[in-house]
Design a protein around this ligand. Structure first.
Ligand code: SF4
Length: 350
């Protein structure tokens, strides 16, 4: 049974992370943030597929100054991703960003950290400490020999201490490695040390296909341990794919806000309807619906009637036609060509 790790709650714009809030899905734009229009257009697409929070890279002052324009044109909270230069964080905050991803140990003097922290306190913004196996401090690499789970945790705890010493606790932490085992170990270790929300993901997990599989295993394993308050799936591809995959992982574990479930068979030589197209079309059409409903779409009479009966609405395929079930009862036969339309009509009415 799923038992979520208890942690404090942190707000990012109108999205709350941690506590008993739904696990949110994040992504990161891959447009040049200096091109506000392209970045806004991509965030709009991310909103459409259900992204809850978006992060944008802020590599220079032009990008930081664009945050205001971006914020005015999008609806989801925007996080500024900053490395090393605290002035970019200050500018992004002044431009109305909803949170900052910055590692306080990497921005130089404590005075600079204080400046960022005070700004965040003033605007009630969170800071995400994002430790990544690929950019670990040299001393820790020397101490541990490589980016081990312990090294990731020690790095994160160092950043946490800097913020806590400044009486700042509006913190979210991520500890990412491209290695699933290290990631699991690191999150398990840190989850016992702090009560801050955890942003989870397997970093640099690869192309859409490979990365989806790797992330599903890694993120799925963490979620099953009750670890994870916000998720980012890192894929080499369109960021919208990250959101779709993230939502599907949560949905598979019954952790997504929407309740719609599709049960479909893999098809085999017994299938006499174009089940694959029907399932793809129906899944696409219902992806934005928010209904508590299970729909079964099955290929034949072997397992079809059983699954279709268990579902709220079901189809069991026959020879060029499908048998429609509602709440366990056979309702009527539907011609193969009309399956999608009639199934959608039934789902709409449900
Ligand atoms: Fe094959 Fe029928 Fe099972 Fe689908 S339900 S996989 S068509 S036996």
């Amino acid at each position: 049974m799923y038992k979520r790790r208890q942690c404090r709650e942190v707000s990012v714009g109108n999205v709350k992370i941690g506590g008993n809030n739904p696990i949110s899905i994040q992504s990161m734009t891959n447009t040049d943030t200096r091109d506000a229009n392209a970045t806004i257009a991509q965030i709009k697409r991310l909103e459409e597929v259900g992204c809850d929070i978006v992060r944008v890279a802020v590599p220079d002052m032009i990008a930081a100054k664009n945050i205001g324009e971006i914020k005015r044109n999008v609806n989801i909270p925007v996080i500024a991703d900053i490395h090393f230069d605290h002035r970019l964080a200050i500018e992004a905050i002044d431009q109305g960003v909803d949170g900052v991803r910055i590692n306080p140990g990497n921005i130089g003097s404590i005075e600079k950290v204080k400046e960022v922290v005070n700004k965040c306190k003033e605007k009630n913004l969170k800071i995400r400490i994002g430790v990544n196996g690929g950019s670990l401090e040299k001393e820790l690499l020397q101490k541990y020999g490589s980016a081990t789970a312990e090294a990731l945790v020690e790095s994160a705890m160092g950043h946490v201490k800097i913020l806590e010493d400044l009486d700042f606790r509006n913190i979210v932490i991520s500890l990412k490695s491209s290695d699933i085992y290290k990631t699991l170990e690191a999150y398990e270790l840190i989850s016992k040390k702090v009560d801050y929300p955890l942003h989870i993901g397997i970093t640099e997990s690869g192309s859409v296909k490979k990365g989806t599989i790797k992330s599903s295993i890694g993120v799925g394993a963490l979620l099953l341990k009750g670890i994870g308050d916000t998720v980012r799936i890192s894929l080499t591809g369109d960021p919208c794919e990250e959101v779709v995959v993230g939502k599907e992982i949560l949905r598979s574990l019954d952790l997504l806000n929407d309740k719609i479930k599709v049960v479909s068979c893999p098809t085999c030589g017994r299938c006499n309807i174009d089940l694959i197209s029907v399932v793809n079309e129906v899944e696409e059409k219902i992806s934005k619906m928010d209904k508590d409903i299970t729909v079964a779409i099955m290929g034949c009479a072997v397992n079809g009637p059983g699954e279709a009966r268990e579902a709220d609405i079901g189809i069991a395929g026959g020879k060029g036609e499908g048998l429609l079930f509602k709440k366990g009862e056979i309702v009527r036969k539907i011609k193969g060509d009309d399956l999608v339309k009639e199934l959608m009509d039934e789902i709409d009415k449900y």
